[in-house]
Design a protein around this ligand. Structure first.
Ligand SMILES: *Cc1c(COP(=O)(O)O)cnc(C)c1O
Length: 506
């Protein structure tokens, strides 16, 4: 062991130069030059793929012979990087989900950016784990979290974590709710010893990930009240108040309200101020699912939809949706740091804090969520915001909202199209209709239109059911969409409806 009196004896990296830089570990390239060339080709190809994405079909099904090749067993001997890459170009790249295309509006899936993809490459190259170990990565993640607090108008005093997406962010928020409010020390004793059953409230339109959280956290779906919505698909606050009061009367323990800031079906916003008042009155945790809707904060004309969001105890939203980061990226923010750490912090000798070195900060990020090893997804967000600034994201959000309104306007102007829900933000639900056609047949026609649009590679809206009627659903979280793409969708739906030509084209 070295002593302080002989610091010059302490070996340093520079005094131990690696004598043979060309030494090759088994899974590193034998020939770095040829991998470098292949890497350059990969970058060229993927950027060209994105540059020309508009010329490609939005989506195409995986042909049977390709699917068969993707079912073969792991080879004992590899084919080499170049051949594997050729297989990628042939069998994998052409059959993506389609969400990089300007005419993809299905579900809520962001379009992703070229710079984001390159940043993911750099992050993978660094292979940093953001669990708490000291280095630049946790600082970058914390800087990004600070930026996000600022962007959505959340208190900067709290904490947060980047997550795989909105589902994980919701579950982490709910875990905080359970730990803080589900009853005395349930984190220690478990739900089995709860004196009163904890109950959580959300509207009928809440995302399925909240139910996953409720099941996973051991609350059980019978502890989840699904409150009806009004004609605008917003939670009926009076019915919610009654449900809480009824549960209190029968000796249950209301502990959490989950508010929607942008429902997945129609983009509806619950009245966050009213829910915050109600939560405050009864001492309930308020979790806001703002998967894409929280980003309404970026548009001055829409910001009033999320008034009150800053009063939430926890807020979940995605960065791979309206911030168009490559999948996966989401965030959860807590207004009180201790309630996040309280739900997750654990101790173990092998991750104890050290007076210095790599382990000085212990498990600072692991203590805020479920994962131990965590990827450096913060880099793609950091680089995007550094490179582009916030301004283009404001423009993107405003533009997508305007495009949803434009589509809604074209639908209202067309005799054979009808809107099936209000358009509060960026989601449009509509259908083809014709006088004299029965409800079931209309459903079938519209369903075939969606399938046909997708399978012919024309456009990719998705589907939902509203009031028992099949709806064509278009959600705009796409920085590549132009108004002419929307015209193309409207014309194609009208053509297909009129001609009942709904063949798949295959
Ligand atoms: C997409 C979405 C989620 C889930 O987010 P993922 O990133 O897909 O896990 C949750 N809530 C709403 C409202 C969503 O739109």
């Amino acid at each position: 062991m070295q002593t302080k009196s002989a610091p010059s004896e302490i070996p340093t990296a520079s005094r131990h130069p690696v004598s043979d830089v060309s030494a090759s570990a088994p899974l590193d390239p034998e020939d770095w030059e040829s991998l470098r060339r292949l890497g350059h080709r990969m970058v060229d190809d993927i950027l060209e793929h994105l540059r020309t994405i508009r010329q490609q079909p939005v989506w195409q099904p995986v042909p049977a012979q390709v699917a068969a090749r993707l079912e073969t067993a792991a080879p004992e001997q590899g084919v080499g990087a170049e051949s594997a890459y050729e297989e990628f170009l042939r069998d994998i790249l052409p059959y993506a989900t389609g969400n990089t295309h300007p005419r993809f509006w299905g579900w809520v899936i962001g379009s992703g950016t070229p710079l984001g993809a390159l940043a993911d490459l750099l992050a993978a190259g660094m292979n940093a784990t953001v669990s708490g170990l000291r280095g630049s990565a946790p600082l970058v993640e914390d800087q990004v979290l600070g930026w996000l607090q600022q962007l959505v108008g959340f208190p900067s005093t709290g904490s947060g974590l980047l997550t795989s997406g909105g589902s994980m962010a919701n579950i982490i928020g709910l875990a905080g709710a359970v730990d803080s409010r589900a009853g005395a020390d349930i984190g220690r004793t478990g739900l089995a010893l709860a004196a009163r059953r904890p109950v959580l409230y959300a509207s009928e339109e809440v995302h399925l990930s909240v139910e996953k959280g409720v099941r996973l956290l051991g609350l059980g779906t019978e502890s989840m009240r699904r409150i009806p919505v009004d004609s605008d698909y917003r939670i009926d606050v009076d019915r919610l108040r009654e449900a809480i009061e009824d549960d209190l009367v029968v000796g249950l323990h209301p502990f959490c309200i989950v508010a929607n800031a942008g429902t997945v079906n129609t983009g509806a916003f619950d009245d966050l101020e009213a829910l915050a008042d109600l939560a405050e009155h009864h001492g309930l945790w308020l979790h806001v699912d703002g998967a894409f809707g929280a980003l309404a904060a970026l548009d001055p004309d829409s910001r009033q939809l999320i008034t009150g969001i800053e009063r939430a105890d926890s807020l979940a939203f995605d960065l791979h949706k309206w911030m168009v980061a490559p999948i996966e990226a989401g965030a959860v923010l807590f207004r009180d740091r201790q309630s996040q750490v309280g739900a997750f912090a654990t101790k173990a000798s092998y991750v104890s804090k050290m007076p210095g070195g790599i382990g000085e900060n212990g498990t600072s990020h692991t203590d805020r969520g479920l994962q131990m090893s965590r990827n450096f997804r913060a880099l793609k967000i950091w680089m995007a915001i550094k490179a582009h600034g916030v301004a283009p994201y404001r423009e993107l959000v405003a533009r997508n909202i305007a495009q949803a309104r434009y589509l809604a306007g074209r639908i209202e102007a067309a005799d054979r199209l009808e809107l099936l829900a209000p358009v509060p933000l960026n989601i449009v639900c509509f259908r083809y209709h014709e006088p004299g056609i029965g409800a079931d047949e209309l459903d079938a026609i519209n369903q075939q239109i969606v399938v046909s649009l997708q399978e012919r590679g024309i456009a990719a809206p998705s589907q939902t059911t509203l009031d028992g009627r099949f709806a064509i659903r278009a959600c705009f979280v796409n920085h590549r969409t132009e108004d002419r793409d929307i015209d193309l969708l409207v014309d194609a739906v009208l053509d297909m409806g009129r001609q009942r030509v709904v063949g798949s084209g295959r």
